[in-house]
Design a protein around this ligand. Structure first.
Ligand code: HEC
Length: 139
């Protein structure tokens, strides 16, 4: 019995670690490339609404509220929104919002950047933050 269980969990573990690359979609399939990303973006949008939108806005009509607007933030230098008073710490940080910096900062703002005016970690799940990063690349 124990042997069976061990066998099963071994199988599951090796499958997770060793997933085959997603099959190429045939040319005729719709939607083609990017279908997987579309799901991630949807998940990112949901998480953004739930965890970030109370302070941050995106889109054409976005204005800064408790937090700065996040239009164009991905890949950009920190503290660029014109209508928000950023902390000195963020303005002088020289940070660029690569995916890694974005995840590190949001997992624990104060640990990554002492003095930032964002006090609390909002999400501690790296995967969800990566989904949000992909979602924000649209703005
Ligand atoms: C309680 C309000 C609040 C919530 C919720 C919040 N933030 Fe923030 N965020 C801020 C504040 C305030 C700043 C500005 C920090 C500073 O100036 O030091 C900020 C800054 C940022 C920045 C840097 C912006 C720039 O222009 O450099 C990013 C990126 C960011 N937040 C992403 C997120 C994401 C993603 C979420 C959801 C997971 C989130 N924030 C949730 C308040 C919040």
């Amino acid at each position: 019995m124990a042997g069976v269980l061990v066998g099963l969990s071994f199988c599951a573990a090796s499958r997770a670690a060793d997933q085959p690359p997603p099959a190429k979609a045939p040319l005729s399939a719709s939607p083609p490339a990017g279908a997987e990303n579309a799901d991630i973006i949807k998940a990112g949008e949901r998480a953004f609404r739930l965890h970030c939108r109370s302070c941050h806005a995106v889109g054409n009509k976005a204005v800064s509220r408790k937090g700065p607007t996040l239009n164009g933030v991905t890949g950009q230098k920190a503290a660029q929104a014109q209508d928000f008073k950023f902390s000195d710490a963020l303005q002088k940080s020289g940070l660029v919002w690569t995916e890694k910096n974005f995840v590190d900062y949001n997992m624990n703002p104060q640990r990554m950047l002492a003095g930032t005016s964002k006090k609390m970690p909002v999400i501690k799940d790296e995967k969800i933050l990566k989904d949000i990063y992909l979602y924000l690349q649209q703005f």
